[in-house]
Design a protein around this ligand. Structure first.
Ligand code: NOJ
Length: 514
């Protein structure tokens, strides 16, 4: 018999066996009927998360912000933006999750602030301001232009903005209204640790850290090669200076107890991504961007899984993650092009070795909304994946009369109410695979061995003590005959049990207990 569930073992940290669920607060649930999601809305829907069977929530920013980047431009780190509610409302979310046995990590946005933040306002007020060095200033190039040829995200313009008052440029890797802060300044670093402590004291269980790879800057900014001009500078970061800064963050967070940090390490290079973990001074976990960017193709996924296994290994502090969708990229249901593929992808995501991250709404099989040009509000054009979650089948779908974005397609059937009541729904599949994962130490924490059985399948064996599962995911348009025996735990096409009959239908996925 298998030993106790890894979730009960003190030597396996909770975040390794947990399934995280990302909530983008504007899009999740509308508590006050103003058409924008809010914290009261989240509190009202926590049973959905408990019933789904996830273990932790990652909540995107809800802090005070002028919303030019919808909250990733913070103007007060310790205040809740009125559009989302109050500090009492976030306390209620924290308590409500904890009462249901779920953890909460919140976003920490260390690389930049809003240009409305008092730190930046003060820094701009005088070159002699004590906060001047909290930001990154540079004299113009000899021709009077920007100091380097770097390109900002979203704008495709320079990362440098000229400040008329002082005659200097300031750095912004993102919008002009998101000045980068200077982590080389010890006072700024302390102020950021204070932000972490503020939220830890309120009871959060950790942080997802926005573009962590960008906070350590090259002390001597230099031009990128001509071929890199036009590439957002954020992907070219990863300077060595980042690691001591992560150590400081880690010490601050570790001091609060059983907490964790997940780093948004923006790169498709698995070894580079994995190098942010380890030895107690890196992040606990790094977002696996390669899995967000991979197409639904067998060889691409086979390579990605093998590469992730190699980069993260089976020993030490390194531990992989997998994610298919988030608030910055088209949903995988849209990218992959069919419900059947999204179903097989759900089985894959939730049975690989590593911490899975779900994005709210994928459990309903939501596609991106089609957003007419006059309703696009995001400077990066990421509106489609941020469409409101439909809770009910009626016209309002549980939202006020003027939702901030249109609903995703087919919201009359792809909504929580309909899928709770319906049969063989996507929601039912997610619940079944999450339950299968929860019941199996092998799926939660076991080793992973890739099995090469068929050129159009991805197959792997997971083992933990005496517990074993074998997973087959088909990318084939035809049925595949398999020389495999075992009991069917769950299939992508619909939950079932009984002995496996050896045939995997086109595009299906199956979890077997040998
Ligand atoms: C990554 C976040 O996920 C994205 O939404 C944001 O725009 C940028 N970082 C800048 O904070």
């Amino acid at each position: 018999m298998p030993s106790a569930s890894p979730a009960d073992r003190p030597d396996i940290p909770w975040w390794k066996t947990a399934v995280f669920y990302q909530i983008y607060p504007r899009s999740f649930a509308d508590g006050n009927g103003d058409g924008v999601g809010d914290l009261a809305g989240i509190s009202g829907r926590l049973d959905h998360l408990a019933d789904l069977g996830v273990d932790a929530v990652w909540l995107s920013p809800f802090y005070e912000s002028p919303m030019r980047d919808f909250g990733y431009d913070i103007s007060d780190h310790s205040a809740v933006d009125p559009v989302f509610g109050t500090l009492d409302d976030i306390d209620a979310v924290i308590d409500g999750l904890h009462e249901r046995g779920l953890k909460l990590i919140v976003d920490f946005v260390p690389n930049h602030v809003s240009s409305d933040h008092p730190w930046f306002v003060e820094a701009c007020s005088s070159v002699d301001s004590p906060k001047r060095d909290w930001f990154i200033w540079s004299d113009p190039a000899p021709d009077g232009g920007p100091p380097t040829n770097w390109t900002a995200s979203f704008t495709e313009g320079s990362t440098w903005e000229f400040d008329e008052a002082s005659g200097q440029y300031y750095l912004h890797l993102f919008l002009v209204e998101q000045p980068d802060v200077n982590w080389a300044n010890p006072d700024l670093e302390q102020a950021q640790h204070d932000v972490l402590r503020f939220w830890l004291d309120r009871g959060v269980d950790g942080f997802r850290i926005d573009v962590i790879n960008a906070i350590g800057k090259d002390p001597e900014p230099r031009d990128v090669p001509e071929s890199m001009v036009g590439v957002a500078h954020v992907v070219l970061t990863h300077h060595d200076t980042v690691h001591p800064l992560i150590r400081g963050i880690r010490e601050t967070v570790d001091a609060a107890g059983d907490t964790m940090i997940i780093g948004e390490v923006v790169t498709g290079d698995l070894e580079l991504q994995a190098s942010y973990q380890g030895n107690g001074d890196g992040v606990h976990c790094a977002v696996n961007f390669a899995s967000v960017w991979a197409p639904w193709e067998r060889d691409a996924w086979r390579l990605l899984i093998a590469g992730t296994e190699e980069a993260y290994g089976h020993a030490g502090d390194r531990w992989p993650s997998y994610v298919l969708s988030n608030h910055d990229n088209p949903r995988h249901r849209t990218r992959y092009g069919s419900e059947a593929r999204a179903r097989a992808a759900a089985v894959l995501l939730l049975t690989l070795r590593g911490t899975p991250f779900l994005y709210a709404g994928e459990e309903l099989g939501l596609e991106d909304a089609v957003v007419p040009e006059d309703r696009i509000v995001d400077p990066g054009g990421r509106d489609g994946c941020r469409a409101p979650i439909p809770w009910t089948g009626d016209e309002g779908h549980g939202w006020g009369p003027h939702p901030w974005l249109p609903f995703p397609p087919d919201a009359d059937v792809r909504n929580v109410q309909a899928q709770v009541a319906g049969e063989a729904t996507m929601l039912e599949l997610y619940r079944a695979v999450l339950a299968a994962r929860r019941a199996s130490p092998a799926l939660q924490a076991g080793t992973l061995e890739l099995l090469d059985l068929h050129p159009e399948l991805i197959s792997y064996r997971r083992v933990y003590d005496g517990d074993e599962r074998v997973v087959h995911v088909s990318f084939s348009d035809d049925a595949v005959e398999l020389d495999a025996v075992g009991t069917v735990v769950v299939t992508a096409a619909g939950a079932s049990d009984g002995a496996f009959d050896g045939t995997l239908a086109a595009g299906n996925a199956v979890v077997l207990r040998p």
